[in-house]
Design a protein around this ligand. Structure first.
Ligand SMILES: [Zn+2]
Length: 81
C-alpha cells in the first residue's frame, strides 16, 4: 500500500471518531421491524416512516432508533420565522 493511502486511512479513522464533522441531510432506509419492514426517510430534519404509529404520532420506534444511531450527525430542521 502506498503512503498516500495509509495517510488517508489514518485520517478516516480519526474522522470516524469526530461525529460532529458530519451532517446527514437526507437518507432513506429500510428498517426490519418485528412484524414488517418499514421505509424510513429523513430530509433536512424531518422524519417520515410508513408504520401506523408514525402516522398518528409523528414519531416511532424506527425513527427514534435511527436518531440514536446517528446522534450528533443529523441536520436540524430549518425553522421559518
Ligand atoms: Zn415507524
Amino acid at each position: 500500500m502506498d503512503y498516500g493511502m495509509i495517510g488517508k486511512i489514518e485520517k478516516a479513522k480519526r474522522y470516524a471518531e469526530e461525529r460532529e464533522r458530519i451532517c446527514i441531510r437526507n437518507f432513506q432506509a429500510t428498517f426490519d421491524g418485528e412484524n414488517n419492514p418499514h421505509t424510513v426517510e429523513f430530509d433536512d430534519g424531518h422524519w417520515k416512516c410508513d408504520c401506523n404509529f408514525f402516522i398518528t404520532r409523528g414519531v416511532c420506534s424506527h425513527t427514534m432508533a435511527l436518531e440514536r444511531i446517528m446522534a450528533g450527525m443529523l441536520a436540524v430542521p430549518i425553522e421559518i420565522t
